[in-house]
Design a protein around this ligand. Structure first.
Ligand SMILES: [Zn+2]
Length: 368
């Protein structure tokens, strides 16, 4: 399961809607470049947006909203250091600019800098003490920091595994071996490896629900860190190995395609690398009266009615299996690289698999 993208995307959407509206109405934009910048972000032309904001900043270096725009554009280009610098400047000019605090806090958290995320939201709360999202996130982050402060860690060159105490020591060591195996097995297939050391946290089931607020069906989560409830892992290492491989795949995919990876492709690859066989998924799909169109599975499954979730996963697994059968890892890797280069999904799909996306959907339905 993969949740960070959803939260960041919703913050970005709110930002764009709010500022584009402002630019169109009463609060006349200080500069036509500012207006063009927000419009360009709305249209997905991020580089263009970035240029407009920089030009506007050169003329109005004290306008905090321009630095907010520049920060958002940098974030959307995955230049997180630049984004953080711009957002900090926005907040220096106007500490009440809550939108800048929201984005800056989430970027810091996503980068693993929870102390800075907490400081940012605490400062924001001084201006908007009742802001529900800020209060809520702060509470979760403080809990997480307090809990992790007491955790122990074991490391290798690719992973840091956090665990609660001596009772979990052996399991943590075992997890590290499983993760290392997944690293080489999956990395060699997709010809890619995460750029940074991944943090993996082993929780009790209760800690997992408390920190991640995941739905009941979630067996693990990747949100910049891999978080796993141990469940009966001591007695059932096979399940833990699957969950770790699944979440590692999400982490790897995030480093290849940080944005706009269709969720069915993300989850399908994670499921395929976790087990390799699709018998379970075939059973679920056979029992369904109709399939969910893949085009409806580009966004998070959390938004689906809960009885549709197993089908969504099953379809994803089968679709990815079919892609492997059709083009092998090479075609899939090429598709991922196209998406990383921000090429349009439908065209890239057709170029890499020699069939249109809608023909593939028909093929998936025929198999059902
Ligand atoms: Zn998943």
């Amino acid at each position: 399961m993969n949740s960070l993208t959803l939260r960041m995307a919703s913050i970005c959407l709110v930002l764009v809607a709010g500022f584009a509206a402002m630019a169109e109405t009463d609060a006349k934009p200080s500069d036509s470049d500012a207006w063009s910048g927000w419009e360009a972000i709305k249209a997905g032309k991020i580089e263009e947006a970035s240029r407009h904001f920089q030009e506007a900043i050169a003329r109005h270096p004290n306008d905090a909203t321009l630095f907010l725009g520049a920060g958002l554009a940098a974030h959307l280009q995955r230049q997180e250091e630049r984004a953080r610098a711009a957002l900090q400047e926005a907040l220096r000019l106007d500490p009440r600019l809550t939108e800048a605090s929201l984005l800056l806090g989430e970027i810091a958290y996503g980068a693993g800098d929870i102390e800075s995320a907490i400081r940012t939201y605490e400062a924001a709360l001084a201006w908007v003490p009742e802001h529900p999202q800020i209060r809520d996130r702060l509470e979760t982050w403080r809990k997480e920091m307090a809990l992790h402060g007491t955790f122990q860690r074991t490391i290798n060159p690719h992973f840091t595994v956090l665990f609660e105490g001596p009772a979990e020591q052996a399991l943590a060591a075992r997890s590290l071996e499983m993760l290392e195996a997944a690293y080489w097995r999956i990395g060699t297939t997709l010809l890619a490896y995460p750029a940074e050391i991944l943090t993996v946290i082993l929780y009790t089931d209760e800690q997992f629900r408390d920190i991640t607020r995941s739905p009941k069906w979630a067996a693990g989560l990747y949100d910049g860190k891999i978080r796993v409830p141990m469940r009966g892992a001591l007695n059932d290492p096979g399940t833990l190995e699957k969950v770790l491989a699944h979440e590692f795949t999400h982490a790897l995919l995030r480093s290849i395609v940080p944005r706009r990876l269709p969720v069915w492709l993300d989850e399908g690859l994670a499921m395929l690398f976790e087990i390799g066989d699709t018998a379970w998924a075939e059973g679920v799909v056979r029992q369904a009266s109709t399939l969910i169109p893949l085009s409806k599975l580009h966004g998070s499954f959390v938004q689906l009615p809960s009885d549709q979730v197993p089908l969504a996963y099953a379809e994803s697994a089968i679709a990815v299996r079919m892609l492997f059968d059709r083009g092998g890892p090479a075609a899939l890797t090429a598709l991922l690289n196209d998406l990383a280069a921000e090429k349009a999904f439908n065209e890239s799909f057709e170029r890499r698999f020699f069939m249109t996306y809608s023909d593939f959907q028909t093929m998936l339905e025929r198999n059902h």
